[in-house]
Design a protein around this ligand. Structure first.
Ligand code: NCD
Length: 313
């Protein structure tokens, strides 16, 4: 993890290296998983207080960070609609908000913001670890770590996997962060399936090239699904699109036929929420054996416990 001003910030997926992922992160997440399943009481973060600053809506990320902190014995203070209910509405900058948290002696801050680079700004003045819980169209590194841990548990490895990213790849931050993480491994092949206007941004494609990651762009899922190990579905990020833009789910929705074309061990993932704009993963597929979307949520708890413990104790 990157160390800035002695603090362990989690800002972008590129900051992690393979050794840290395999030797530190996976084992720590596994330890947390075991402890929770055995019902052990953990006190690694006793007397620590964590602030959640959420300027954008969230269910999973916020609740899973809160639950992770509580399970480690920390105290949590949260402002869940910071855009409206914090001084941001009066024009306070992120820098000043973080200076306030410094003065109030928080031990860590977890930030979800609606603009790219918000967590970096925060980290530039924070006297505590900053954890990026999503910054606009930028990144969502803790989501990608929980996705990686989920994939690792399923396959016992990451090298050589074929991962299909599907949906709004232009505006989705989870797919960006996951691409960065997967590029740390060998012979990973990425298939990027998006409606024409919503393909992955060039900066990320350039990054994949620079890391010699094999990738291909597509406009339809059905051709690539039979080869996939992981199909990672995402919703249309309507709130990041210009008003009036019509989104079509053509080519980027899961169907019964696609599910039955998949390899036996292959999985369907989704960071959630799923939505009706594409209708990418309908309710009726929830219990299909390939679909592991709520296992992801559970892995998120262990992942965030591991990250908070490593960043704070
Ligand atoms: C994602 C996010 O907020 O980026 N959700 C999440 O954190 N699990 C995905 C999304 O909003 O579509």
């Amino acid at each position: 993890m990157a160390r800035a001003k002695k603090h362990l910030h989690i800002l972008h997926s590129q900051q992690f290296d393979r050794v840290w992922l395999e030797k530190k992160f996976f084992p720590e997440a596994k330890r947390m998983e075991r402890a929770v399943k055995l019902g052990k009481e953990l006190n690694f973060l006793k007397n620590k207080s964590i602030c959640l600053l959420f300027y954008e809506p969230s269910t999973r990320t916020r609740l899973s960070f809160q639950q992770a902190a509580l399970k480690l014995g920390a105290k949590v203070v949260a402002t869940e609609n910071a855009k409206e209910f914090s001084s941001a509405i009066k024009g306070e900058t992120m820098l000043d908000t973080i200076r306030v948290l410094n003065a109030l002696k928080f031990d860590a801050v977890i930030i979800r913001s609606d603009y790219e680079g918000a967590s970096d700004e925060a980290a530039s003045v924070a006297k505590m670890p900053v954890l990026n819980a999503g910054d606009g169209r930028g990144q969502h590194p803790t989501q990608s770590l929980l996705d990686l841990y989920t994939i690792y548990k399923q396959f016992g490895k990451i090298d050589g996997l074929r991962v299909v990213m599907v949906g709004d790849l232009l505006n989705g931050r989870t797919v960006r962060s996951l691409c960065y993480l997967l590029s740390k491994f060998k012979r990973v092949h990425l298939d990027l399936v998006a409606p024409g206007a919503l393909q992955m941004r060039q900066d990320l494609l350039d990054y994949l090239k620079s890391k010699n990651v094999e990738f291909a762009k597509h406009s339809s899922l059905d051709q690539v699904a039979p080869m996939a190990d992981v199909i990672y579905m995402t919703r249309a990020q309507k709130e990041r699109m210009d008003k009036g833009v019509k989104v079509s789910g053509k080519g980027v929705v899961m169907t019964r036929a696609i599910l039955s074309s998949m390899k036996k061990k292959a999985v369907v993932m989704h960071p959630l929420p799923r939505s009706n704009d594409f209708g990418e993963l309908l309710e009726e597929f929830t219990d299909d054996p390939h679909v592991i979307i709520f296992d992801q949520v559970e892995s998120g708890l262990y992942t965030r416990m591991a990250l908070l413990k490593m960043a704070l104790s």
